[in-house]
Ligand binder design. Structure first.
Ligand SMILES: [Zn+2]
Ligand SMILES: [Zn+2]
Length: 263
């Protein structure tokens, strides 16, 4: 059985649990160690059983508990070299054997899982998203994306399950309380993905194989779950993609595990 379960998702912190027959991993660990342990326990899993944590990039909402979990449970951390250099001073000591390097575009095998990191346009050292392959299933985590390029399109295409960023509503962000510079950063080429861009991307790559999409990494200030959902579903409906029968669109929960997708 393969299982994909976002544990927490949002600018407040991100972590996704993925399990196959022989492997259990997290993508990111961006809330406290205690919170991740609680989330795993609530879905019947134990942190001591996690085989690896794969990191997307060094921003706090992705690495907050990375060092803690590695030390507490002797878990290897995987990240690109650029991400390692940037996050090493932030996460405390990690034993040499648990510092693993991955390369964007190159597949890594972990037991019965194959992971392919792909470069993402975001204002971090060497950020990546991940496609995870196991038993004919493709699962993709794509958040913190400033703009859509061919690499992103290829990575999300033909995913059976996808966690895609729907960070903000552009008008809400422009009218909202953030200072001008921060607004420009989020809207920029290396910022975050807006609801309508997420909708357009799903519509563009939709092939019938993509059955489950979680919208995640929502901004607490510049978006609402309803707005993200209705914007994306509206765009898909315009493309004659039927919500609920062709594709399931769900919001990844901010503070607790979402409904898991199982194969
Ligand atoms: Zn980020
Ligand atoms: Zn983030």
């Amino acid at each position: 059985m393969t299982k994909f379960c976002p544990l927490v998702s949002g600018s407040s912190g991100n972590s996704i649990f993925i399990k196959t027959e022989g492997t259990k991993i997290l993508i990111d660990a961006g809330v406290s160690g205690r919170k991740i342990q609680e989330c795993l326990k609530s879905i019947g899993e134990d942190c001591s059983q996690i085989d690896a944590v794969f990191i997307t990039h060094e921003h706090t909402d992705h690495i907050k508990a990375a060092g803690i979990l590695s030390r507490r449970f002797d878990i290897p951390l995987y990240a690109t070299e650029g991400t390692w250099n940037a996050m090493a001073p932030l996460i405390g000591d990690v034993s040499r054997k648990n510092r693993r390097i991955i390369y964007s575009g190159e597949k890594t095998q972990l037991n019965d899982m194959v992971l392919k990191p792909f470069g993402i346009p975001h204002d971090a050292a060497e950020p990546v998203g991940y496609s995870i392959f196991s038993d004919g299933i493709k699962m993709t985590v794509a958040t913190d994306i400033g703009h859509v390029d061919d690499t992103i399109k290829e990575a999300v295409s033909d995913s059976d399950v996808l966690l895609l960023e729907a960070n903000h509503d552009i008008e809400m962000l422009k009218r909202g309380p953030y200072p001008y510079n921060l607004k420009q950063r989020i809207l920029g080429l290396y910022g975050h993905m807006a609801n309508n861009i997420a909708g357009d991307l799903i519509k563009d790559v939709f092939s019938g194989r993509m059955r489950h999409v979680f919208l995640g990494h929502l901004s607490a200030e510049n978006n609402t779950p309803q707005l993200a959902y209705h914007t994306v579903c509206g765009i898909l409906s315009q493309g004659n993609i039927s919500i609920g029968s062709d594709i399931h669109i769900e919001l990844a929960q901010r503070h607790c595990p979402s409904h898991a997708v199982e194969f």
